[in-house]
Design a binder for this molecule. Structure first.
Ligand code: PLP
Length: 408
């Protein structure tokens, strides 16, 4: 029996979500729209299969087909990132980080990560997250004036605190990350280096961001952000850590892998290997640059005064509106974005003084420089004018733009 007949409530909510995606401009930097092929693999019978273990070494019978799928995902990921070993089973980016940390260090050890309020992720040491609860955390931030990572400061903290592990990577940092510098500091401090490329993995895959693989002991990522795959995680590492990483994932921190999601990861990786994806990612980055330029031309202040990647972080303080209010104003205009703290934010995280924007979804829909320039003007108007007339006009413009760029 079809979903529509069997459960109309869920069916309708899914249909309305599809409509919402079509009729709004999705600019949350961590989101993307997956291809129908990825969705098809995710909605397959592979969800039924228990496959604890790894290809060829399972604890259950009947794994011959899921073995094919997981092996394809692994081989393709290795080809994309040029890494020695890959584990495609982590259920999420957060879980991948937990598994990476526990493969390398012990509970109670010192872990150094970027402060959440400066652009880091919860799983890099937030007190309410497992990372902050189970490890001794030494945070590093960004420079107050430039908004950029200050390597003199990172080095000073690392040499003073001697963390056993340094995690680099961020969720709201609009600039490229210098993994080589982090490696030098980690070596000096005697620490493992983990790069979390959850946001920038698609850029790294196509050479649009410096490559962490040569410099890091372990690299973790999500598969659903710029990589445009299913919601999930992945861990890459040098061969010498392969056994420890695999054991930390299963049986360390997970049971049965989500084989339908792993199949969708394999499909995503095939897409990522194509030249078309290279063109896509280049456009994500050039669209982001055009958006940053347009916003700044219209008097909007950006943290670090620009971007190197797909992320833009607006500092709303000069125009005297909070992140919470700006998010609501944009949503009423058909633009979906999230409030975000800016470095050393005077507001609480739930109010915040920033808005984070990203270009992955616009680019997936086929938009280019002309459309992005128009969007930048729309955003500037909504944030500065904040009146009903502007909101209505912008909403109309966004609806027409959305109509011209249908979601696949
Ligand atoms: C998004 C993100 C994650 C976590 O991803 P989930 O799948 O939501 O757990 C981890 N690290 C960074 C840097 C991220 O941006």
């Amino acid at each position: 029996m079809s979903l529509k007949t069997k459960d109309r409530d869920v069916f309708d909510a899914i249909a309305r979500e599809k409509e919402r995606q079509q009729n709004n401009l999705e600019m949350i930097a961590s989101e993307n729209y997956t291809s129908p092929a990825v969705i098809e693999a995710m909605g397959s019978h592979l969800t039924d299969k228990y496959a604890e273990g790894y290809p060829g070494k399972r604890y259950y019978g009947g794994c011959e087909n899921v073995d094919v799928v997981e092996t394809l995902a692994i081989e393709r990921a290795k080809k994309i990132f040029g890494c020695e070993h890959v584990n495609v089973q982590p259920h999420s980016g957060t879980q991948a980080n937990l598994e990476a940390y526990l493969a390398l260090i012990e509970v109670g050890d010192t872990l150094m990560g970027m402060d959440l309020s400066c652009g880091g992720h919860l799983s890099h040491g937030h007190p309410l997250n497992f990372s902050g609860k189970h490890f001794k955390i030494v945070p590093y931030g960004v420079n107050r004036e430039t908004g950029r990572i200050d390597f003199d400061e990172v080095r000073e903290i690392a040499l003073r605190e001697k963390p056993r592990l340094i995690v680099c990577g961020a969720s709201a940092y609009p600039r490229a990350i210098d993994f080589k510098k982090f490696r030098e500091i980690a070596d000096e401090a005697g620490a493992y280096l983990v790069a979390d490329i959850a946001h920038i993995a698609g850029l790294v895959a196509k050479g649009c961001h410096p490559d962490p693989v040569p410099y890091c002991d372990v690299v973790t990522t999500t598969t659903h952000k710029t990589l445009r795959g299913p919601r999930g995680g992945m861990i890459m590492c040098r061969e010498k850590y392969a056994k420890d990483i695999d054991r930390s994932v299963f049986p360390g921190n997970q049971g049965g892998p989500l084989m339908h999601v792993i199949a969708a990861k394999a499909v995503c990786f095939k897409e990522v290997l194509s030249d078309e994806f290279g063109e896509y990612i280049k456009r994500v980055v050039s669209n982001s640059a055009v958006l940053a330029e347009t916003l700044m031309e219209n008097g909007i202040k950006l943290v670090t005064d620009g971007t190197d990647n797909h992320i833009i972080l607006i500092d709303l303080r000069p125009i005297d509106v909070t992140g919470k209010d700006a998010e609501a104003l944009l949503q009423r205009s058909g633009i979906i974005a999230n409030k975000n703290t800016i470095p050393y934010d005077p507001q609480k995280p739930f109010i915040a003084s920033g808005i984070r924007l990203g270009t992955p979804v616009l680019t997936t829909r086929g938009m280019g420089a002309d459309e992005v320039r128009q969007i930048g003007q729309f955003i500037s108007r909504v944030l500065k004018d904040r009146d009903e007339k502007t909101i209505a006009e912008v909403k109309k413009g966004i609806m027409s733009l959305c109509g011209r760029f249908p979601v696949e």
